[in-house]
Design a protein around this ligand. Structure first.
Ligand code: S3P
Length: 169
């Protein structure tokens, strides 16, 4: 089984995936990195600027499809994967999906200085996007872990406790 981390920008998916993979002796896969590699561009922002968001989403679908075939991987997704149902359909075949839930205020504080987040424009935009996506994150998740007031290792430990309950492979 894979472990698939979903959640909004700034919820800590990549850092948590890295630490969790290390602890569970699994491989870590970052979908944003793979999308970037497959695009031939230098940054995510460049993909959005030169090819457009729709192209980015197309690349995300094909990366999602490939990554779903991996075994024993902790997969950090991009915050927008839930906008294309097909990506989660692929990832769920062989993966347990965890939603890293983070409040709007924490998200804003964490990402306000980001450089390669083309969809981050201002507080209101983030508020709108989160409202739109939150029900989807919840719907796709096998379980939810709140990340507010927790550091990366606390989030990892909360995940491991829940995985144990589920019985991991
Ligand atoms: C996006 C989130 C980003 C990245 C892209 C689009 C989104 O990933 O995939 O900028 O639509 O929320 P992170 O969640 O890792 O920031």
């Amino acid at each position: 089984m894979n472990v698939v981390l979903i959640g909004f920008m700034g919820s800590g998916k990549s850092s948590v995936a890295l630490g969790l993979a290390k602890k569970l002796k699994m491989k870590m896969v970052d979908m944003d990195d793979l999308v970037l590699k497959s695009s031939g561009r230098k940054s995510i922002s460049e993909i959005f600027k030169k090819d457009g968001e729709i192209r980015f989403r197309e690349l995300e679908v094909s990366v999602g499809k490939k990554v779903a075939r991996r075994k024993s991987a902790v997969i950090a997704t991009g915050g927008g994967v839930v906008m294309n149902k097909i990506i989660l359909d692929f990832l769920r075949i062989n993966g347990q999906v965890i939603y890293l839930k983070t409040s709007l205020e924490s998200i804003f504080n964490r990402i306000k200085k980001s450089e390669d987040r083309p969809l981050f424009k201002n507080f209101h935009e983030i508020k709108y996007l989160l409202k739109l996506r939150e029900p989807l994150y919840k719907a796709y998740a096998d379980f939810v872990i709140s990340t507010d007031h927790k550091n990366v290792s606390e989030v990892i430990n909360s995940i491991i406790k829940r995985l144990d309950k589920y019985g991991r492979e």
